[in-house]
Design a protein around this ligand. Structure first.
Ligand code: GRF
Length: 191
């Protein structure tokens, strides 16, 4: 078993870094490349420091089915803070093989416009007592694929969108790599 994982990210890439480090310790699975839609995203620096090649692409490249050529040797895709909608051709080429992390407890705070800091701002404005993370498969409908895992954290009255984001990041770093590995193993064992 030699499984290649592509990590897609748009921003800082702290989750991408955790994923790369985790899979460096898993003999049969490798993060073979980081895919990024922003030439100045910090995730590219992180990938370089960890000796993982990266690919930067434009929206038009991503929208074209020819992009699949860039994923020829890829078995699974993990979205780690990737902000573009996944085109249908890609979902069809990787059925049940695209994993995403969402920084809230879906189905709440999901769907269009609910990404990055918008999520945490809405949660705080609504005075929620809890938030959390959802790790799920990606299908044609945004944030509606099968949930693999959720974990929650308490929100105190003093929390701000920034402090909540920190709590969420801690949960993400703690759980995302292992849940992704477990899912890939489960998928492969059923093949
Ligand atoms: C994470 O909170 C992720 O859930 C969300 O975007 C954030 C990305 O953070 N979709 P990072 O780039 O991994 O640090």
């Amino acid at each position: 078993m030699d499984i290649n994982i592509a990590v897609f990210a748009s921003g800082s890439g702290s989750n991408a870094e955790q994923l790369i480090k985790h899979f460096q310790g898993v003999s049969e699975m490798t993060v073979s490349q980081v895919y990024c839609n922003k030439p100045d995203a910090f995730v590219l620096e992180r990938a370089k420091n960890l000796d993982v090649p990266s690919l930067v692409f434009s929206r038009s490249e991503f929208k074209s089915e020819e992009f699949l050529a860039q994923l020829e040797s890829v078995d699974f895709i993990i979205l780690a803070g990737f902000l573009w909608k996944i085109p249908e051709y890609l979902i069809q080429a990787f059925p049940e093989k695209i994993i995403n992390i969402h920084p809230a407890l879906l189905p709440s705070y999901g769907g269009k416009g609910m990404y990055g800091s918008h999520v945490h701002e809405s949660v705080i404005v609504n005075k929620e007592k809890q938030s959390g993370i959802t790790i799920h498969l990606v299908n044609e409908n945004y944030d509606e694929g099968r949930t693999l895992f959720q974990a929650s954290c308490d929100i105190s009255p003093e929390d701000t969108p920034d402090s909540l984001a920190q709590k969420i990041h801690q949960l993400e770093h703690k759980y995302f790599p292992q849940i992704a590995e477990d899912y890939i193993r489960e998928y492969m064992s059923k093949k």
